[in-house]
Design a protein around this ligand. Structure first.
Ligand SMILES: Cc1ncc(COP(=O)(O)O)c(C=O)c1O
Length: 424
């Protein structure tokens, strides 16, 4: 299902309703949502930066330390075996969630950033040679730009950039023009964190594959909003971070097709990624351990699996439907503020709304709405090329998820009106 922006002449949205989904009940699962900020109830609209954790995740994280804290894979004692089992079950949970074929295709890392760096420094280092080209897009997060720039500098590669239009949509017709015999990878964001655009990755993958080019999908903003099926997508790599899908920070996933991961050299050396070590020769471990050197984030993986189980128990169809209605409502309400301009008006959007308010600096906006207990993000959102495209130094961004409410959006609108009054 796709999200879409409201059309101006539709009658105003009166209510947000998804049968079988009760947002007020859902909110009870998230302890932080009953926090007071500056004496006001917290209104958290910064979910693209990180999401809050349901009680079940908090419980499972603390339960790990309270009852079976132990290092994994190396111990024969009870706790170590128990922790190892939980860690490997977590891998299976994630494998099923994104419909990967093999458990070994799920590599636990720190997050999307580390996963992209891993692919650049292993797959890229091994397979790309001087003069080769990588295609990125103008709307990438810095973490899908800089790792490739580092590699490009090391190996003398060329980065080519697929442009966006003024709605914040990729100009897909340009893709074929950027592809040539030197193109070795297309690395593209699924959902833009600063524009909310949902990119047509199926089409990009189809075009790439018809030219024998592998594709990396940055799913940092899509894993929590869309149904992901890596088998169906047929992408070579898919990366995401646990903290964006209601899991802990410091844990994330690299999915890669098994034959590619097998062909890639290790990223880091250390314990667990080896079968045997001598000063003469070291034999590396099999997947996935080859890429998980040292003590991993055991509790992070376990917490992430719990977050995914929770997410599935709410139901992706309900979540998508509710968030879509929330986006439409917020777009409609904010569009009524004539001083406000939404940056990112793609047809297919996730529940992320970037905006500018006359010439008021976004940091001022963020600081003033914070006085009302409202958390929004202001800045360039680690997408400086997007800011350059739209000729702004920064935007304010409200990013919504399934625990947000219509009333919270109304409060944001009221608070923004106050900001305008203060500056006029
Ligand atoms: C689109 C996108 N890609 C990558 C990242 C990096 O994620 P992390 O900092 O969790 O590694 C983010 C984080 O905001 C993002 O929004």
């Amino acid at each position: 299902m796709r999200h879409s922006i409201v059309i101006k002449d539709k009658k105003p949205i009166q209510e947000i309703k998804v049968i079988g989904f009760d947002v007020y009940k859902i909110r009870e699962d998230f302890p932080i949502l009953s926090t007071l900020v500056r004496g006001k109830p917290l209104i958290y609209l910064d979910n693209a930066a990180t999401t809050h954790k349901p009680q079940i995740v908090i419980h499972n994280v603390s339960n790990f330390y309270a009852t079976y804290n132990s290092n994994i894979h190396r111990g024969v004692h009870y706790l170590s075996e128990f922790a190892t089992r939980k860690y490997e079950i977590a891998r299976k949970t994630i494998r099923k969630f994104i419909n990967a074929q093999y458990d070994e295709e799920i590599i636990f890392l720190r997050g999307a950033t580390e996963a992209i760096n891993l692919v650049a420094q292993t797959y890229g280092k091994k397979n790309f040679k001087e003069g080769d080209e990588i295609i990125l897009t103008e709307m990438e997060h810095h973490s899908n730009i800089v790792p490739w720039q580092i590699l490009a500098e090391e190996k003398n590669l060329k980065l080519r950039v697929l442009p966006i239009d003024d709605n914040g949509e990729l100009i897909i017709d340009e893709l074929q023009n950027l592809i040539n015999s030197k193109t070795k990878l297309i690395s593209v964001v699924h959902i833009s964190n600063s524009l909310g655009t949902i990119n047509p990755i199926e089409e990009i993958i189809r075009i790439a594959h018809s030219n024998n080019i592998p594709v990396l999908i940055d799913g940092a903003q899509s894993i929590q909003h869309l149904k992901i099926d890596v088998k169906k997508l047929d992408c070579e790599f898919f990366v995401f971070s646990g903290h964006k899908i209601y899991g802990p920070t410091g844990i994330g996933v690299l999915y890669g097709k098994k034959h590619l991961l097998e062909s890639m050299p290790p990223y880091q050396g250390g314990g667990d990624m080896i079968k045997s070590v001598s000063f003469e020769k070291t034999i590396y471990n099999d997947l996935p351990y080859k890429f998980e050197a040292g003590t991993p984030n055991i509790v992070g993986a376990i917490g992430l699996a719990e977050a995914i189980k929770y997410f599935e128990s709410v139901g992706i169809e309900y979540i998508m439907n509710y968030e879509n209605q929330l986006l439409n409502y917020a777009t409609e309400v904010l569009a009524e503020i004539k001083e406000l301009k939404i940056i990112g008006t793609a047809k297919d959007k996730a529940s992320v709304i970037s905006f500018v308010l006359k010439d008021i600096h976004p940091h001022d906006i963020g600081t003033i709405v914070d006085m009302d207990g409202i958390a929004i993000r202001t800045g360039h959102h680690c997408t400086e090329p997007v800011m350059k495209h739209f000729g702004v130094p920064a935007t304010s961004r409200a990013s919504l998820c399934f625990y947000n409410t219509k009333e919270e959006i109304d409060q944001l609108a009221n608070s923004l009106i106050k900001v305008i009054q203060m500056f006029s």
